[in-house]
Design a protein around this ligand. Structure first.
Ligand SMILES: C[S@@+](CC[C@H](N)C(=O)[O-])C[C@H]1O[C@@H](n2cnc3c(N)ncnc32)[C@H](O)[C@@H]1O
Length: 268
């Protein structure tokens, strides 16, 4: 499959059934979360249903064959990121452990965003969870990402501006690009005035996808998102010089993704 990028309107299960096995380097998916609501935002132009007449069981039955197929679509060096929240993530983790084998689980990433209302009855729920699995842990692609600043207490800088702390054993040097990212990510949710906003409900910030794509793929790799919504994944993949495959069942989502990808400038 040699193409730069492709967006397809389809039920993703049908599309995935037609794709050859082991064709994807990286799959990120942000499926419905089992909120029991219609997801809508702003002027209500864009919406999608996230209610499941059979409850959690029906939701898991919807997700299971799709996750099984994603597993088979990954190359041996590939990785899958599944973005969920407190409602279903634990149930899906059990399913993914069965599909991938628990040994191929890599991370439970906590995306902490702080935005929105607070509760007086429990701690405010201000994070999503992203499960990361490798098709073959150990063979998978992964590049350490660095962001933020080291704690400055006792930090010195040498003649070349390299950061270090003085210890009894001599200078302890720190990486010039900052600390390695852990599995807790502080990234703000898109504000109501953000230029990135498309009006699509549940749109995720590009900063989140940048980390994922840079950590788990290389330029020229194929990055797929089978629940692409407003097209955040293909937009970032294209900008970072990856090939991309995007799918959504909604015509509005596909139109939005098409226009977003067209506007995106390729950097690499
Ligand atoms: C949470 S949204 C994705 C948001 C996206 N990450 C973004 O940044 O805009 C989930 C998407 O899954 C799509 N979807 C739901 N069921 C689907 C199916 N069976 N096949 C393809 N897409 C589906 C919905 O239309 C919706 O756009």
């Amino acid at each position: 499959m040699r193409f730069q990028g492709r967006i397809i309107r389809a039920d993703n299960l049908k599309l995935m059934a037609r794709l050859p096995e082991e064709c994807c380097d990286l799959i990120y998916v942000d499926p419905p979360f089992c909120t029991g609501k219609e997801q809508t935002q702003g002027d209500g132009r864009h919406k999608f249903a996230d209610y499941w007449p059979g409850g959690l069981q029906a939701y898991l039955e919807f997700l299971q064959p799709r996750l099984e197929r994603m597993h088979r679509l990954l190359k041996p060096t590939g990785s899958l990121y599944v973005h969920l929240d407190w409602r279903a993530v634990h149930y899906v983790k059990v399913r993914l452990d069965e599909i991938f084998g628990a040994d191929h689980f890599l991370n439970e990433i906590v995306w902490s965003y702080r935005t929105g209302g607070l509760s007086k009855r429990w701690f405010a729920r201000k994070h999503d969870t992203i499960l990361l699995y490798a098709r073959r842990a150990g063979k998978h692609k992964f590049k350490v990402q660095r962001a933020g600043a080291f704690r400055t207490d006792g930090m010195n800088y040498d003649e070349q501006g390299r950061p270090y702390k003085q210890t009894r054993a001599g200078r302890l040097y720190f990486h010039p690009d900052g600390p390695a990212l852990t599995d807790v990510w502080e990234i703000p949710f898109l504000s109501t005035v953000s230029l990135e906003r498309t009006g699509y409900p549940t749109q995720k910030p590009e900063a989140l996808l940048e980390r994922i794509i840079q950590a788990s793929s290389e330029p020229g790799d194929l990055v797929a998102d089978f629940f692409c919504g407003s097209g955040t994944t293909p937009a970032v993949a294209r900008r970072l010089g990856r090939r991309w495959l995007a799918c959504d069942i909604s015509a509005a989502a596909v139109r939005l993704t098409q226009s977003r990808v067209r506007q995106e400038k390729t950097l690499v």
